[in-house]
Design a protein around this ligand. Structure first.
Ligand code: NAD
Length: 475
């Protein structure tokens, strides 16, 4: 029911051969699912050679033909979505419904980039002298090294594969060692769709060793990383040494502002469902709730009601709405945030501890009465914890919302058009949802500011991230 874990290099599936390996664990049972082979330095060099050849082949194809292969891969993902989603649930923990939605939207992302690649237009700029031509053209950046995390094992790789392939690049991707299977299944769809060999190479290993080896190579011209801020900073330094282009999708700490003129119960229903998605292990998860005093009680009661009704369990079981945390590190992190909150006078309204003693399950948690300098108000929780506090005025809440060094996502609820416009402008973040949580779609740019990173995935910006601009002046 799970999958055969292999490396994919130069069009071949590879494992064994004395390579090191590691267990992949099911977070709902803590039992091993399968052994994952690691790529050694020779494998990485093989992948680089393959990517050089793959890039030459892929780039020489028309955007029209590349699009056809990518769309076929997307359709295969749709056909195989049930199997891919079940693999995803077993290795990552989220509910089947969420895994299915992730797989299907990933197919949409591949379609979007396939089509958008056909529209990577240049332009002609009128010259100063008669008979001259000034052409601005877009070219693929070359070989991309991509590193993806464990929280969205299909969606994050799909964004990077889609952007790179849509632009005509080849890619070496190191997906997460903790959740490799669903990404392997997605790559199989590209292989079965007829992708030329070397265009995608999928490797696993010791993350720091793989990234150091690849980033030191001249042939790698672009890095795309999704993960934590400290790792992003480290990779940005390595990339700078070779002046390689980077896209950095890092962590955040998303404020939610509920104004007194909003419907507090409607806001609570919308944002609570979004909070506990993937057990809160989402970079754009709402993580700090500021509610204006007059609607605080109603919002808190409804939010808490939602949290209490969540069905926690193995994501493959029917009716489960929240699975386990993806790894034991997150359990320890939750315990430490909650201990700090209690020490600072925080009140645990519901949840606050691990559930059961097998599987990395944690209770959906609501905490109130916290000071702004409690750890959970300043460090990304990446788990099912919701700290909810009050505010008095617009200026005060904007200052508090913007007070952290992060700027990925933010949300606000209001019934006033003027307040909606004002808060959209005032918040320092890459994405703002006003009376909406729809801030991540294939067609729109997704990315952060400040320490949350730079560059966008999705939208026309996502394709541009894999294109170099060239100016040709013809006399
Ligand atoms: P971590 O910092 O050890 O790893 C984060 C990711 O980076 C993992 O996928 C890991 O394999 C990869 N990684 C680590 N070192 C690397 C290196 N030198 N080169 C290349 N890749 C490397 O942290 P973690 O325990 O996995 O997660 C902890 C925190 O990371 C979370 O609390 C959250 O803040 C952040 N995170 C963010 C996202 C996101 O979507 N932005 C995803 C996962 C984790």
């Amino acid at each position: 029911m799970y999958t055969d874990l292999q490396l994919f290099i130069d069009g071949e599936w590879i494992k064994g051969g004395g390579r090191k390996s590691e267990d992949v664990i099911n977070p709902a049972t803590e039992k091993p699912l399968a052994q994952l082979p690691h790529a050694g330095k020779a494998d990485l060099d093989h992948a680089l050679d393959a990517a050089r050849r793959g890039f030459a082949t892929w780039r020489a194809m028309s955007a029209y033909d590349r699009c056809a292969i990518m769309r076929k891969a997307a359709n295969l993902m749709r056909e195989r979505h049930d199997h891919i989603s079940k693999v995803l649930v077993q290795e990552q923990g989220k509910s089947y419904a969420e895994a299915r939605a992730e797989t299907l939207v990933s197919a949409d992302i591949i379609d979007w980039y396939a089509e958008e690649g056909r529209r990577s237009y240049g332009r002609i700029v009128p010259g100063r002298a008669r008979g001259t031509r000034q052409l601005v053209v877009q070219e693929p950046v070359g070989i991309v090294a991509a590193f993806t995390p464990w929280n969205f094992p299909v969606l994050t790789p799909a964004r990077k594969l889609g952007g790179a392939l849509g632009a005509g690049c080849a890619i070496i991707m190191k997906a997460s060692e903790e959740t490799p299977g669903a990404c392997i299944e997605m790559v199989r769809c590209f292989v079965d769709a007829g992708l030329p060999k070397g265009v995608i190479n999928l490797v696993f290993g010791v993350p720091a060793e793989v990234s150091e080896h690849l980033l030191a190579k001249d042939a790698v011209r672009k890095i795309s990383f999704t993960g934590s801020i400290p790792v992003g900073k480290h990779l940005a330094v390595l990339a700078a040494k070779g002046m390689k282009r980077t896209t950095m999708e890092l962590g955040g700490h998303s404020p939610v502002v509920v104004f007194g003129d909003a419907d507090p119960e409607k806001a609570a229903d919308t944002i609570a469902a979004f909070k506990y998605r993937n057990a809160g292990q989402v970079c754009i998860s709402p993580t700090r709730f500021y509610v204006q005093e007059d609607v605080y009680r109603k919002f808190l009661d409804r939010f808490t009601e939602y949290a209490k009704a969540i069905k926690v369990g193995d994501g493959l079981e029917k009716g489960i709405t929240m699975g386990p945390l993806a790894n034991s590190r997150r359990l320890d992190a939750m315990d430490s945030f909650v201990a700090d909150a209690k020490q600072r006078g925080g009140k645990i309204v519901t949840g606050g501890s691990r559930r059961g003693n097998q599987g990395y399950f944690y209770e959906p948690t609501v905490i109130t009465d916290l000071p702004d300098d409690a750890r959970i108000m300043t460090e990304e929780p990446f788990g099912p914890l919701a700290p909810i506090v009050t505010f008095k005025t617009f200026d005060e809440v904007v200052e508090r919302a913007n007070s952290l060094p992060f700027g990925l996502a933010a949300y606000a609820f209001t019934s006033s058009n003027a307040t909606a416009a004002a808060i959209g402008d005032a918040i320092e973040s890459g994405m703002v949802g006003v009376n909406s949580i729809a801030i991540s779609t294939p067609e729109t740019p997704f990315g952060g500011v400040k320490e949350s990173g730079h560059g966008s995935e999705g939208g026309i910006e996502g394709l541009s991230a894999y294109l170099n601009t060239k100016f040709i002046s013809q006399g």
